[in-house]
Write a new protein. Structure first.
Lengths: 487, 1046
């Protein structure tokens, strides 16, 4: 009897089980708990802001402005020697053996275009959804920030993968110019625009940014870590210098540099040189000399083998992949005399080798990465003035402003320079000293079509050889059928 | 119900009392003289029946009208003995060589082997249980046709590469679905630098059988998940009869094989100083002696490899009554790998229980619990690790022999503690007197101070109830869970190596994989008119899986005293976070039809809905049909061929199955993640979704024959198969300039085909007196071809994201080896010659005077560097075109000898380690560099050495110089056993005792020059097979063991 009842119960239970439970159907449409759906990203004003910060953060990726891109800008040139022979940390870039499949050639391209697509998604999405922000000026400001970052990205790509503007006035092959959001599988094929076409887009973006960005962002931190009007202007100066449009560069630079000392931006964020250059690279990294920098916190670090300090600091503060080349600018006691305050950035390590000590934080590389500094505006103005007007007081004043800040004992006069070439040479030496480790050297050589000097047992690279620029990465060529390799 | 029970009881009674009774007894033994326990003894036509006891003895009361005694025992020929006046019947049973009588496990049930029309290979648990390994899947090399299993290297518990009929997907998994006692389990590596194969949680001693379903007919019942094959594991159950106790144990010693032979100190100094001079460096850079003037010649491999000791124990109890059977087991294994610090431990327990509640209701369940612990150094040999500068495999051959691992005081005593390691402040080994870098890092301190552990706990459990409604008609419900909880712990010392850049690191992560599975199955077997046998199955299954991971990474150690996560560090960041869930809802059915044991038909169908696919695309219907004709049952056959070919069956199948294995839980959705820009939150594009994403399907065609010759002394099968995979879920490459996250979107596009032949033969080659030779051989020939890709674009795939070595291209085998052609060296100047796509030959010189090009044509004109993409070419498949195994068992009296061989070939291997072993940075070189080009050795095989040259030998791009054939034949196992005679054991109440010795990976025959032709630096990756890059070699293990039963 007992068993009989049990049997019946079991039978019933089985029957009940065999009828699938309808509510389980919900399980077929799970929603991720740790990611947002694309449909909701412009839903609130806070998300607009988070998207903008996301764009800066992508620009700050380790492969790009978070570290490596800046490192490549220096190690292609003559100031550093490779110490670790590690192919993962820039060896091929340093000795000019990169191929189209080399990881840094692909990774930088990927990181840059990822940032560009985020800019494009934002530029279009913010416009469509501006009602959710309910503040037109703010919407335009955000779009201006995205366009400014896009300009930086395209300029960075041109610097690495394309012939300089000077080679045929921008008529050489540029990069694929993408200004619309990409979310689906379409549009893989896109031919390379010319260098000039890409530059036009950059200038267009910067003009929009200048018109729509805030005059200031309200705090020292935000003025350094997010773009404002003067950021757009300073960037224009850099871009125009690369295009050798010196007169236009003077016009833009003059917006930021008054006719007479003290040199301090007359409007917007009051950029000016700091008395001691070291303060620019010291916590909190937010002096008015910094126009744009990439910030870090212990919760947002550049990542393994990315930080500037990882490359340049000897252990235990870094890996020390690169020491300073004794035959580079640090060996030049004329342009970089012992009394120069910037000698404090040269550290003789226990192995008797000189290392760059500009980004000393380590092993956590918390030092902000400088993207744009007021000193660059001054030296670009000096160079443009010298190139347009020959030896002149304004150019020498600009040189003195930067040089004198670190070497008060020396004040140049126009009489010190027999020719414009002499003055320009002095300014270029000054740039090497001032921006050592800030990623400028390779661009300075390339925009003037000068050879990469040899170093250690690596030979000089002439502007005429293919190795003068990076190849288009294999990843792009494999998919984008309209994209051609550099000759 | 009550009435039926009463009726049954009456029947029993009537059987008992209708006739007079007598009692017969006897003993049943095997033809080897062993007592057989649990033999079913019946008197057909009556209800009398009993089983033999532990001594093989039986006693049975039978009615007077009984005429025959029938003795049935699994694996032995059933014997009928006519009853005579005698009451004592001692019977000898012969082993049944006809395996076609065996029962084979199929999806959601079992079937007699003779009736199988699908394609299934079976491996017996006992064939592999005593071999040294961490998991059963490592032991399946060469054991079944169509199944190719290879170990990636000698890292303990590294999941093997497991392919059922080749690679069946590009971006999803090609690892088969593994189902343990009906519940699909988790697979893959869940460890950190300590590999942790989830499947190692199953104690191989607990496995009764492994059935590998290969064709559409067999797999369609698993519909959506069957594309890469299905592996059904059945664990041991108890048998009616007295308790059997088994104790199995082995102990073994493991060491590395084929460690690359590198330059000794003297050779190193000679080669590298020559290279330095060729590079224009002034004076010698490397020296034989230390600063203190002592000669140094360090063999770094000696500081990384060891002979590891392992031992393994399995204890099981099984038995049962008419109502209840049980299997209870405990397992313990502790294994040391060939790399210092690479250890594995497992403790497992299992209880399988079946109980007849009433005559019609059966309940039961399984409960398996396992704890495993894995310890490992950074071997640099797991997928993604190949270029780790702290990888032990690489450090063993890259580090210069001219420095000491340790530091000593003036008296030659090693300095105490961490001062005793030769490390410099730049995170490199100390250079001593040498002027150049001498190593990436010093491995000794890392092996001593860094720790990686991965510990997993897994519960596999299922309970079922089965009701027989009518004879042949039953319903069964089963609810199972499979929960894995794993904890990965990493500590890196701040002193040196990986932890140096972060000033020490401790990371603990927890992972949780939880699955429930509920199945309801209705089964109806019936026969009509004694000729038509039907088997019907209808089922419903639901499965939910939740995966979660979380943890933190702590860096910048507060004090070097701390060595654990719980110590103090200044910086804390989350790490190892993931969160996902998926759900599968299915209905399925099967019809088996058999006519007169001659004609067989099977039809399977399954409908699945899976949560990860796009809305409206979740549902997929899969089916398979097969037919078989046992020709040998026909009269015309029996009259003619039957005396030679006693069994002959033709079978074929066709069907479509699917694949969702390895797809992300939210793969169809476009997603944005949130992170930090310094201190403020961000939203960042993380995944471009596809609103049309759906099942990847494959159409499988299978035709073959099964035969038995000379009364089944030779059995065999042959199969021809075609697997056409359509709508491959391809992570379709997007132009990187589009900026899509990961440069890919999952799209159902692309097609691939696997076509092949499988041949399996099994024979009793010789059986004379005490001697027998049983031999099984199988061979699979396979052709893989990618037939369609997204926009026709090639997909280049990399080892560890750094070195492009493989290509997926329409018309080629998936993951073919791809490299720039080289043609030796120019005897004029010792430069490596490269061939560009247009046929131009260019040569490379690493150091040239300013203004000259490193790349020149043969007449010295400036040339551009070869490009891997533009100038590379497909060399050949990265996956074997043929593979198989040959298993021989010889017995002579109480001795047995097993020799198991496996072989594979037709594939190419990118020997990237060779590029490293010839690199002219400080890296130590293979001894083949001694034959370098010099002014006096102009026919040298290695380019002129130039210090710093990372191009000529393939470090910057894959070159054909480093591509080699992967053909091999391996004597995988040699086992010699001795079974102690029963007459000795009877006195101590032992049923059986066998002792054996085994050599695993005993011999290898291959022309491949790298570590091992089975190597897989990239593990199970579909896109990058056949790459040997900086990995540790394979291990060889010798064991001795025993099997004890009482």
């Amino acid at each position: 009897m007992q068993i009989h009842k049990k049997t019946a119960t079991l039978l019933l239970a089985l029957a009940a089980l065999l009828v699938p439970n309808a509510c389980q159907k919900d399980l077929l449409d799970p929603v991720p708990k740790d990611n947002l759906s694309d449909a909701t990203i412009f839903a609130t004003p806070d998300r607009f802001l988070s998207l903008i910060n996301g764009i800066y953060d992508q620009m700050k990726s380790g492969a790009f402005y978070g570290g490596r891109f800046v490192v490549y800008g220096d190690i292609r040139a003559e100031e550093f020697l490779n110490e670790t022979g590690n192919g993962v940390t820039g060896l091929a870039t340093w000795n000019h053996t990169v191929g189209d499949a080399t990881n840094e050639v692909n990774n930088l391209w990927n990181a840059t275009y990822t940032t560009i697509n985020s800019c494009n998604i934002f530029i279009e999405g913010a416009d469509i959804n501006r009602a959710n922000l309910n503040n037109d000026a703010l919407a335009n400001q955000y779009i201006g920030e995205a366009r400014l970052v896009r300009a930086i990205c395209y300029h960075s790509l041109l610097r690495m993968y394309c012939r300089p503007y000077a080679d045929g006035n921008g008529s050489q092959l540029g990069v694929p110019l993408r200004v619309r959001p990409e979310n689906g599988p379409e549009n893989n094929n896109l031919a390379r625009s010319t260098v000039a076409e890409v530059y036009n887009q950059i200038l267009d973006d910067l003009a929009y940014a200048e018109a729509n960005l805030a005059a200031t962002n309200g705090s020292a931190l935000l003025n350094v870590t997010r773009a404002h009007k003067n950021t757009a202007i300073a960037l224009k100066v850099r871009v125009l210098m690369a295009m050798q449009r010196y007169t236009d560069a003077i016009t833009e630079a003059n917006k930021l540099v008054p006719a007479a000392a003290p040199y301090k931006a007359p409007s917007g964020v009051a950029h000016e040189l700091q008395a001691n250059v070291k303060n620019v690279f010291t916590t909190p990294y937010t002096t008015t000399e910094s126009i744009l920098s990439m910030p870090f916190t212990t919760n947002d670090l550049p990542g393994t083998q990315n930080g500037l300090g990882s490359y340049y600091n000897p252990g235990p503060r870094g890996i020390g992949d690169f020491s300073l080349n004794p035959a580079g600018i640090i060996g030049d006691s004329v342009h970089f005399p012992g009394a120069d305050a910037r000698r404090q950035f040269v550290l003789i390590h226990t192995n008797n080798k000189p290392y760059l000590n500009k980004f000393p934080a380590g092993p956590e590389h918390l030092d902000y990465v400088p993207v744009l500094r007021y000193a660059e505006v001054l030296l670009s103005l000096a160079e443009a003035e010298a190139r347009v007007n020959g030896v002149n007081q304004r150019a020498v004043d600009m040189l003195n402003a930067v040089h004198g800040r670190s070497n008060a004992g020396v004040t140049f006069t126009t009489g010190d320079f027999a020719s414009a070439a002499d003055l320009i040479a002095a300014i270029m030496f000054e740039r090497r000293v001032e921006f050592l480790g800030e990623g400028h050297r390779a661009l300075d050589l390339q925009r003037l079509l000068e050879a990469f000097p040899g170093k250690a047992n690596v030979a000089s690279i002439l502007p005429s050889v293919p190795d003068y620029i990076w190849p288009i990465p294999s990843g792009e060529l494999a998919v984008n059928k309209d994209c051609v390799q550099n000759p | 119900m009550k009435r039926i029970l009463l009726g049954l009881a009456l029947l029993f009674l009537s059987a008992g009392f209708a006739f007079g009774q007598r009692t017969v007894s006897g003993k049943v033994t095997s033809d080897q003289g062993e007592a057989l326990i649990g033999v079913t003894v019946t008197a057909p036509g009556t209800r009398a029946g009993v089983q033999t006891d532990a001594d093989g003895a039986f006693q049975l009361s039978i009615p007077d009208n009984a005429s025959v005694l029938k003795f049935a025992y699994t694996g032995f020929m059933t014997k009928e003995v006519p009853l005579t006046a005698s009451n004592v019947y001692d019977v000898v049973l012969e082993v049944n060589l006809n395996t076609l009588q065996e029962v084979v496990v199929v999806g959601y049930g079992t079937q007699q082997k003779r009736a199988i029309t699908g394609n299934i290979s079976t491996v017996k648990g006992d064939d592999i249980a005593q071999l040294p390994a961490q998991s059963f899947d490592q032991l399946l090399q060469g054991r079944a046709a169509g199944v190719n299993v290879s170990l990636p290297n000698g890292v303990l518990n590294n999941p093997p590469v497991f392919r059922v009929r080749g690679i069946n997907s590009i971006n999803l998994s090609s690892f088969p679905l593994v189902v343990i006692d009906g519940v699909p389990t988790f697979t893959g590596n869940i460890g950190n630098s300590a590999a942790n194969n989830v499947l190692s949680n199953l104690n191989p001693n607990d496995i009764e059988s492994i059935d590998i379903l290969k064709d559409a007919s067999a797999t369609a019942i698993y519909g959506s998940r069957a594309s890469a094959g299905v592996v059904l594991i059945t664990t041991k159950r108890g048998q009616k009869g007295k308790t059997r106790v088994n104790y199995d144990a082995w102990a073994g010693w493991t060491s590395a094989t084929r460690v690359p032979e590198v330059l000794n100190a003297q050779q190193y100094v000679e080669v590298k100083n020559e290279a330095a001079a060729n590079a224009g460096l002034t004076g010698p850079q490397f020296f034989l002696d230390s600063i203190a003037g002592q000669l140094i010649d360090t063999r770094w491999a000696d500081y990384i490899y060891r002979t590891g000791f392992s031992h393994n124990h399995g204890l099981s109890f099984s038995g049962g009554t008419e109502q209840t059977t049980y299997y209870l087991s405990l397992g313990f294994t502790e294994q040391e790998g060939m790399i210092i610090g690479n250890d594995f431990r497992r403790l497992s327990g299992r209880l399988n229980l079946d109980h007849n509640l009433t005559g019609r209701i059966k309940i039961g369940g399984i409960l398996g619990y396992t704890q495993n612990e894995n310890f490992g150094p950074n071997s640099g040999s797991l997928p993604g690790q190949a270029f780790n500068t702290s990888g032990a495999g690489r450090l063993a051959f890259v580090t210069a022999p001219v420095i000491d691992p340790y530091l000593y005081d003036a008296n030659g005593n090693r300095l105490p503690g961490t001062a005793g390691y030769n490390i410099a402040s730049n995170n490199q080994p100390g250079r001593g007197k040498n002027k150049q870098q001498v190593g990436f890092v010093n491995p000794t301190i890392l092996l001593d101070y860094n720790t990686h552990t991965s510990e997993a706990n897994q519960i596999q459990s299922a309970v079922y109830a089965q009701l027989e409604i009518l004879k042949g008609l039953s319903v069964k419900t089963q609810y199972g869970i499979d929960n894995v909880r794993a904890e990965n712990i990493t500590f890196w010392t701040p002193l040196h190596g990986d932890g140096f850049g972060q000033n020490g690191l401790a990371a603990n992560t927890s992972q949780n994989f939880q699955r429930w599975n509920w199945q309801n199955i209705l089964n109806y077997d019936f026969t009509v008119a004694n000729l038509h046998t039907f088997g019907l199955l209808a089922g419903h299954e639901e499965q939910g899986t939740v995966t979660e991971g979380w943890g933190a990474q702590r860096t910048v150690i507060a004090d070097p005293f701390f060595t654990t996560y719980q110590g103090n560090f200044t910086t804390n960041n989350p790490s190892g976070n993931f969160q996902g869930e998926n759900y599968l809802l299915s209905y399925f059915g099967r019809l088996n039809y058999e006519f007169n044991k001659r004609y067989y038909l099977t039809f399977n169908v399954r409908q699945d809905e899976y949560s990860a696919f796009a809305s409206g695309e979740k549902k997929g219907t899969f089916w398979g049909a097969s037919a078989g004709w046992t020709v040998s049952e026909e009269a015309f056959w029996q009259n003619n061929l039957g005396s030679v070919i006693n069994f002959f069956k033709i079978r074929g199948s066709y069907g479509t199955v699917g694949n969702n294995n390895g797809i992300g839980d939210f793969a169809s959705q476009s997603l944005y993640g949130s992170g930090l820009y310094a201190a403020v939150p961000t939203i960042v594009y993380t995944q471009a979704g596809n609103p049309l994403l759906s099942w990847e399907t494959s159409k499988k065609t299978d035709v073959g024959i099964v035969f038995g010759l000379f009364n089944d002394r030779l059995q065999g099968e042959y199969t021809y198969f075609i697997n056409q995979i359509d709508g491959l879920v391809q992570n379709a490459p997007q132009a990187p300039s589009k900026g899509i996250p990961g440069n890919s979107i999952a799209i159902n596009i692309g097609a691939m085909e696997n076509v092949g032949h499988e041949i399996g033969l099994s024979a009793t080659v010789l059986r004379r007196g005490n001697f027998s030779w049983q031999s099984n051989i199988n061979l699979t020939l396979m052709h893989n071809e990618v037939t369609e890709l997204y926009e026709g674009s090639d997909i280049f795939s990399t080892t560890s994201g750094l070195e492009s070595t493989n290509i997926i291209r329409v018309g080629e085998s998936v993951g073919s080896i791809y490299a720039v052609e080289t043609m030796g060296i120019n005897p004029e100047n010792g430069r490596r010659l490269f061939v560009k796509a247009d046929g131009t030959v260019v040569q490379y010189n690493h150091i040239v005077p300013t203004g000259q090009s490193r790349w020149t044509t043969l007449d010295g004109a400036t040339a551009s560097a070869p490009s891997l993409v533009a100038d590379g070419k497909v060399i050949g498949p990265g996956i074997p075109k043929w593979f198989g195994g040959w298993d021989n068992t010889f017995t002579y009296g109480d001795f047995d000898l097993n020799i198991q061989v496996n072989y594979a070939g037709g594939n190419y291997i990118y020997n990237g380690s060779q590029a490293g072993l010839r690199d002219q940075r400080f890296w130590n070189n293979h001894v083949d560099v001694l034959d370098r080009w010099t002014e006096t050795n102009t026919d040298g095989t290695i380019p002129r050495v130039v210090f710093g040259d990372n191009v000529s030998n393939g470090s910057t791009m894959a070159i054909t110089e480093n591509v080699q054939k992967g053909d091999f034949l391996r004597i995988r196992n040699i086992t010699i056993g001795y079974r102690l005679p029963a007459r000795l054991l009877d006195r101590v109440k032992i049923t059986n005792l066998r002792v054996y010795a085994n050599a695993n990976n005993a011999f290898l025959f291959t022309g491949y020059e790298g570590t091992d032709p089975e190597v897989s630096t990239n593990g199970n990756g579909n896109a990058t097979p056949g790459v040997d890059r900086n990995t540790v070699p394979m291990a060889r293990t010798f064991t001795v063991g025993l099997n004890l039963g009482f």
